[in-house]
Design a protein around this ligand. Structure first.
Ligand code: NAD
Length: 374
């Protein structure tokens, strides 16, 4: 393990270099809260795009350094996005970042003897909830999806009366009422739209209605898809086709559609096909938040807007970065919870593979490296 400047664990935070990525993984306020447990070295400019300058990190007790120095002195390297080839941590370090689904990254880190705590692997349990970046960032994406969708709509979301007349409120629906969908529903309600929600999980109905939105209930068990652990289960091809047809009559009446439906470990369900697009009003907007797992709409293409029969299908994959400051605050809060769990009072690292959270983070990796030390 690289040697930090003291006998405490040294935590390094890198600048994000991926195009469009403006978040930072750890903010100064959280560095300050963790100072008694570790030392911190921050790459110069890492927080700037999110509104946190180098001075704020120094005031919190951290040291500022360049990329090479951060990598050379960090036992634990923290990032939002997976590291590029020039940002790889040194052998025996621990990397904490997204990238858990990237098999190329996994192999590259294995060859370098770097342990990867991939943030996608944080278990979705009550105990680990405070460390769950997928949930915190999904919530922000749900909010931002409504703003992005509304910007592309040629109509207003709220009812508006002027001397020129009255405009009816827009009709919006969220397909998938989990973390992102519920936040999209709450945001569209605040903006004055007439809001609907749909999910295959029965529990979601009450949550949608508690936000003042109308739950779209389908006939029979077409819409049923309760899975294990509070998640949806994958439906058969036939069930999915029946669901698409049942939803299409509702979608034909909507102007803004936010789709968030996902099944952990599987391709996202296809909820909107070309047949449905043909029924929708020209000028309507679909924001597909499931693009990274295949998309909920047949024409979805990541980070592009595809227009079919006048219906615009957007598929932004980094909406949280648009609100980089607050997205970083949440991301950093999750990282602080994770570090609080991992860092021991003695200055070492809690590294027990039989622990349910650490075991999940280590899944499939050899732990013979000295990274368990310190
Ligand atoms: P997700 O991102 O896997 O899926 C989003 C939503 O899509 C889910 O609500 C799912 O039911 C829905 N969906 C799947 N297939 C669908 C289909 N064919 N049609 C319509 N909707 C479909 O899930 P999520 O948003 O991360 O969370 C799902 C549930 O788990 C929520 O109740 C959430 O509160 C809970 N959760 C718990 C924890 C925790 O305890 N740590 C963490 C995250 C989420």
């Amino acid at each position: 393990m690289p040697m930090g400047s003291s006998d405490r664990i040294s935590v390094g935070v890198l600048l994000e270099r991926a195009s469009g990525e403006r978040r930072v993984a750890l903010i100064p306020a959280d560095v300050k809260k963790l100072m008694s447990k570790a030392t911190f070295v921050i790459e110069s400019g890492a927080g700037l795009e999110a509104g946190f300058d180098d001075k704020a990190y120094v005031d919190a007790g951290a040291r500022i350094a360049n990329l090479r120095e951060v990598l050379a002195s960090s036992d634990v390297v923290i990032k939002v996005r997976p590291p590029g080839i020039d940002e790889m941590p040194l052998a025996s370090s621990i990397l904490v970042s997204l990238g858990g689904h990237d098999s190329g990254l996994r192999e590259s880190l294995r060859k370098r003897s770097v342990i990867h705590f991939a943030l996608e692997r944080v278990p979705r349990t009550t105990r680990a909830q405070a460390m769950d970046v997928l949930s915190s960032q999904a919530s922000i994406a749900g909010y931002a999806s409504v703003l992005e969708g509304a910007r592309s709509l040629g109509i207003l979301l709220p009812m508006l009366t002027t001397a020129a007349g009255t405009i009816k409120p827009a009709r919006m629906i969220a397909l998938g009422a989990g973390v992102a969908g519920l936040q999209a529903i709450a945001t569209a309600r605040r903006l004055g739209a007439v809001v609907h929600g749909f999910d295959v999980r029965a529990d979601a109905r009450e949550q949608v209605e508690s936000l003042g939105a109308k739950f779209v209930a389908l006939d029979g068990n077409i819409g049923a898809g309760e899975g294990a652990g509070g998640y949806a289960r994958e439906q058969s091809t036939d069930q999915q086709a029946r669901l698409r047809r049942a939803l299409s009559t509702h979608l034909a009446t909507m102007q803004l559609v936010i789709t968030t439906a996902q099944i952990p470990g599987h391709r996202a369900p296809l909820l909107i096909d070309r047949e449905t697009l043909a029924l929708m009003k020209p000028g309507s907007v679909i924001v597909d938040l499931a693009a990274e797992t295949g998309g909920n709409c047949e024409v979805t293409r990541s980070n592009e807007t595809i227009t079919v029969n006048g219906v615009h299908v957007m598929a932004p994959t980094n909406l949280a970065s648009l609100v980089a400051s607050d997205a970083s605050r949440f991301f950093s809060g999750n990282i602080r919870s994770l570090l609080t769990y991992l860092l021991e009072e003695s200055g070492g690292l809690h590294f027990d593979p039989s622990d349910p959270i650490i075991g999940a983070l280590l899944a499939g990796q050899s732990t013979t490296s000295s990274s368990a030390a310190a």
